[in-house]
Design a protein around this ligand. Structure first.
Ligand SMILES: C[S@@+](CC[C@H](N)C(=O)[O-])C[C@H]1O[C@@H](n2cnc3c(N)ncnc32)[C@H](O)[C@@H]1O
Ligand code: SF4
Length: 501
């Protein structure tokens, strides 16, 4: 069992520098601790493979259905302290070949089982980890996706990579297969912050990779994070301005540090390896300043935290960007098929999570088995999805979609009251087009998503956050080894059980 003392120890590590008062006169005193996975539901230990397959095959193609694909590449040679995604693995060329073959196999299998197969594919997103470790095998993934029924010139292709491990031949494959968006993390240009985060201090690879891209990929995105230990508002401002003024970068994703998804970082703070997290007020100011800067400079929101420079990206390309970097269905009717370890699919009436251990996932695929992590799968439909996802979506909540959820009775009185309160508090704006976030709403986006969910969904998010803190405590006390695999929530309970046992 997770002891209460373990949890509170790390909670205080994160919150030590926060004020007790309201931030900007809102109901919130902190930024949200989880900003990544909101689609989860409470674990279901009784889930069976037959029920999961039935849910995939029975998922109805409703009005407003859309189809998106996500391929996950969990390998990475870096061990950034905040990272919620990688297991810190390297990959040799033979393994890359095996991996790409299996990930395509799973995606094709999922697509074949759905009733939406053949309809237009809105986007294909290949993320990680570090897809660049696949080397030229990325070409096989891209070609296999381009060959799928429903893929066209209108389909957005986006690929993530890590600057320090990217090679020229990888970039050449992205160009060859007409990738729309190339995306890499910088997080901060500040050397000291990068050192705390265990990132390479030198940014030489940035210059090299931008030189290789040489204007041949329409959208070039750089990721930043605000709220890391050692960062202050001045650093955040200078990071953002430096990237906005780089003519080779026309898209920026600025994330708020999700500390609860990064137990290793929490442990480092608790151990005094780095300064504490900035105070809640400072972290909120960093968000406000970031969104204000994008707004002032006329950059267009095209994702959860992604902004595009319309002066440097043509409108047809901007239109093509689906803006799904948060990786979850945007509305109940949407099909998002995810292949690879840890990838999650969401379909009307189904949530399918893959097992996260890479060897186990590969071996299951080779045995012709489904590599699902059953207790984290669900066949419960979340018909209110568009209501709580809208703070994450650049297109907000269109009035028609809201009206349809209302007429089907998908939204509870409690959810409606919360939405109304957000409007009165200036966090949400209601116009004839629908509901959208105010700039203040953007600062507290994660909280808004949480608070708009129904009770069981809120509980799942709360448990996830609590587990993250408990893992952080267990690492700092030495009960759990400090490795990125501690961020893997499919083994969180066994790990914590051992830690307290
Ligand atoms: C998972 S990485 C994949 C891309 C590539 N490996 C890289 O880092 O350059 C995508 C982005 O997620 C963001 N990210 C990862 N962990 C995070 C966390 N705990 N909180 C906020 N953002 C995070 C970082 O900005 C990172 O660049
Ligand atoms: S943030 Fe990117 S580079 Fe860093 S460990 Fe995670 S996947 Fe690897």
């Amino acid at each position: 069992m997770v002891s209460r003392r373990m949890i509170s120890m790390t909670e205080s590590a994160e919150h030590s520098a926060t004020t007790n008062g309201s931030l900007f006169n809102t109901r919130y005193t902190t930024l949200a601790s989880n900003t990544i996975d909101y689609w989860m539901l409470p674990d279901d230990p009784s889930m069976t493979e037959a029920r999961v397959l039935q849910a995939i095959e029975g998922a109805p193609v409703l009005d407003e259905a859309s189809l998106q694909i996500y391929l996950h590449v969990p390998f990475c040679a870096q061990r950034c302290r905040f990272c919620a995604f990688s297991g810190g693995n390297s990959l040799d060329f033979a393994e890359a070949e095996r991996y790409t073959r299996l990930v395509v196999l799973q995606l094709r299998d999922l697509l074949d089982r759905t009733r939406i197969k053949g309809q237009a594919i809105r986007s294909v997103n290949i993320g990680g980890g570090s897809p660049d470790l696949l080397g030229t095998h990325i070409g096989y993934l891209l070609k296999s996706m381009r060959d799928l029924p429903g893929c066209s010139d209108e389909t957005e292709f986006s690929v993530e990579f890590t600057l320090s491990t990217t090679k020229r031949e990888f970039i050449e494959e992205l160009v060859r297969y007409d990738v729309t968006k190339a995306s890499f993390g910088i997080q901060s240009l500040d050397r000291q912050v990068r050192e705390y985060m265990r990132q390479p201090k030198s940014l030489q690879s940035l210059e090299q990779v931008l030189g290789w891209i040489d204007g041949r990929i329409p959208v070039v995105n750089a990721d930043l994070i605000t709220g890391m230990p050692g960062q202050d508002l001045k650093i955040v401002q200078s990071d953002l301005r430096a990237l906005m003024h780089d003519p080779r970068i026309n898209c920026i994703s600025s994330y708020v540090l999700t500390a609860a998804a990064a137990p290793s970082l929490l442990a480092g703070v608790a151990a005094g390896d780095m300064p504490p997290l900035p105070s809640a007020h400072e972290r909120a100011l960093m968000r406000l300043d970031t969104y204000g800067t994008f707004l002032r400079e006329g950059w267009t929101r095209r994702g959860t935290n992604t902004y595009v420079n319309p002066a440097r990206v043509v409108p047809e390309v901007i239109r093509r960007i689906a803006g799904n970097e948060c990786i979850g269905g945007s509305h109940y009717e949407a099909f998002l098929l995810g292949a690879g370890p840890q990838a999650v699919s969401s379909l009307p009436g189904a949530r399918v999570e893959n097992r996260v251990d890479i060897d186990g996932w590969c071996q299951a695929m080779e045995r012709g088995e489904h590599p699902f992590h059953l207790s984290k799968c669900s066949d419960v439909g979340q018909e209110d999805t568009a209501l709580w996802v809208f703070p994450l979506r650049w297109e907000a909540l269109p009035q028609g979609r809201f009206d349809r959820m209302m007429s089907k009775g998908s939204i509870s009185d409690e959810q409606l009251a919360t939405l109304g309160a957000f409007e009165r508090e200036g966090l949400v704006i209601h116009t004839s087009r629908g509901y959208e976030l105010s700039i203040l709403g953007e600062v507290f986006m994660g909280h808004l998503v949480h608070d708009l969910k129904k009770d069981s969904g809120r509980r799942a998010v709360d448990d996830y956050v609590r587990e993250g803190y408990a893992l952080g405590s267990a690492i700092s006390s030495g009960a759990v080894a400090d490795s990125n695999s501690a961020n893997n929530r499919q083994i969180a309970l066994p790990l914590l059980g051992k830690a307290s046992g």
